[in-house]
Design a protein around this ligand. Sequence first.
Ligand code: ADP
Length: 499
Amino acid sequence: MKYIASFDIGTTNVKGMLVTSDAGIFLEKNVELKVLRYGDFVEQEPEQWYDAVKQIAASWFKVGIKPSDIGVLTFSGQMQDCIPVGDDLRPLRPAILYADGRATEQSARLIAELGEDRIHERTENHMDGSLTFPKILWLKEREEETFRAAKSFLVSSKDYVVARLTGACATDPTSAATTGCMDARTRAWVNAWLDRSCVTADKMPAIVPSDQVVGTIHAEGAAETGFAPGTPVLCGIGDAGAATLGAGVYEDGEIYAYLGTTGWVASATSGYIDVRSGAFNLAYVEEGRQIAIAPLSNAGNAHQWAVSTFGGGRADLLSYKQFDRSVEQTERGTDDVLFLPYLNGERCPVQDANASGCFIGLKPTTTKERMGTAVLEGVAYSMRQLLELVAGRPSDASLRVTLIGGGAKSKSWCRILADALGCEIAVPEDSQYLPSLGAAALGFRHAGWSGDFAAICRKYKGLGTVETFAPDEALRAYYDRQYGKFKKIYPAVAPLFAE
Ligand code: ADP
């Protein structure tokens, strides 16, 4: 075989790439997707995901790739979805996505009935309305016909594509960890909880290791996509797991941060992080290994807001560049301007949906450039809180954080992050490809190209150029002091948010 075909089934687009044995990326292609929003409801048509995979495959075959060159297919995908499919494995309704807010009442009832401590103990995670289990209960109560007709409630967008290609209903432990009904230690569904809610376990997809073959391309899948019948298809991995593999994070204590519209700081671990902090535990690719992940509701969204408010009025390429330059030229380390970035409430370490943003320390001399810079610093302090949570100790120069996601395109922000976190920030080039590369890592063993994930992650760390940003020693005392003040803002203003 020449290639692993790897697809990342995201929310805004599907990325497909062919990966070679030296982890080279060949014929990468993107297809955009539509999201349906009605008030609190956020949905997507699952068939779009499959159509995107068909389009990408057709583009490869058109330029001469032979179906037999592709030895295995692998996937990553959005998690926390609820995708009911019928006996024919077609969707019974649009997929209910992770960002959908309809199941709050159902999750509150599960917490009241099962007990929060018991849920934490069993799942090593929180229960909230964004998870799949409460969404299934919403269907049972509000769309009973769909609930009854469902053969399976798939969890990830990639589960749907795998089902259409092979006929198998399966999901991976990383995605299943975001349902609210997987036992973290056994990596099996908590049957007693499903039974008492009348969701029989046979309606849930089988939980299968990410690198296991769940089936082969069947005749219909081959006719529709052009892939060779019989090509093995792996179970794949939820997107946060794929990003972690792609960032080369595998050994205990290795840390990376994702700075997208929202963000997270995560580390590989063989233990469990305390979920009362707002962090999550996701099952990683091998038994007994977890990803400790601390989510950030406010990251690139605050950057976008600053670019359009203090920059050019829009958040386009030119405005990002101009804003970056204005931040570079702004003097740092001389004043007390602070920004609390909770534009969309916050989840970790502060858990307050009613929180909002605020500036502290404005003076008649404060410029809009300084305010824009303070926004980037505010997100950096938030990230330092998550870094310390995930690392389990105060940040210092012995830590190193790999930074991925669109926010890493801003060099001024990378510099601020290094200064505010007080440790080195390493930015791999072309980090948008890392989730698909992470999914491709699952195929290496199958292809006979590499034996274990630790070795693949080491290989990934050495790919391409990595730009590093070291903290400026002259600013260390200033940033430590400002961080101390930043941590006091939320407790001081929280009563106002509650009002
Ligand atoms: P998502 O997939 O969650 O939307 P991305 O990884 O695409 O996230 O990152 C989006 C963020 O990247 C934006 O919110 C913004 O902060 C940042 N960003 C996007 N484009 C640029 C750019 N040209 N220069 C600097 N930062 C950018």
